[in-house]
Design a protein. Sequence first.
Length: 330
Amino acid sequence: AAKTEAGPCVTHIGPGGAGHYVKMVHNGIEYGDMQLIAETYDIMRRAMGLSASEMAEIYRTWNGGKLESFLIEITATVLDKIDPETGKPLVDIILDAAEQKGTGRWTSQNALDLGTPIPTIDAAVMARSMSSRKDERVRASALLRGPEHDREAPTVFDDHKRHELLETLEDALYVAKVSSYAQGLAMLSAASTTYDWNLNLAEIARIWKGGCIIRAKLLDPIRLAFGDTDKQPENLLVAPHIVETINNALPALRRAVVNARAYGIPCPALSAALDYVDTYRTAELPANLVQGQRDFFGAHTYRRNDREGIFHTEWMEPTGPAIEERTTHS
């Protein structure tokens, strides 16, 4: 097994298929990670007009800081590679149709079964599916207009503005990765409870630190977050030392998504990472309206926020809605 300063990257995960399951979720997080990186690349390429070699240097710089990881490291290497036949950056002549082996899809499918939201991983899986529709996208690009049709070339930024935008992207990518890992770990926690596996999330973060695709510096604070087995956070996002990270970097993710939208650049994984945090931090969601609609057309009932019980309303009563309490709780 690979080794880090914390020891060999091997451990007993749990009974039955627990080890295989954790590997599946690892791969789901990997899908999310790769898509998040690809979207920052797309923003730099299309909105800022940076070359492959310029972007390689940026990712190499990022890899020397909080984003240090295997995937950031190899991104710089991929961007630097020159095609010997054409003399062009190899990445520029690779067909933009990403394939998949299925583990990301399995992760999304099982998350639906568990009722555990993993929107960034879902978005990454769907982004690969969308990319595979190359011929359709080419035809649609000639018909459907976007902001880029009104712009002859990417905006030229001065050094100060460029530095500012790259700092925003670096912070945005970091907090998006935190969100994506939080989703994957929440799924592992739900699976552990459902399947009675007693998974140790701190130990899982430890063994992911070496010898695997998602090995990253970020796994150190994640391991710390789940290190106290008697006081586990409900979600990585609310772990004491992670909260400050989220609060400091979330505005950057918000700006990155807004900027991408302004240029018509799709960023489904970055958007999903932001939406996950925004949804998780929202005390009152519009699901009350959804419940009212469900009760209207299907008599599916609803709960109230002012007293216990399950209720149904006859919404079309001529004298006004008739409210019926179906069952009560003791």
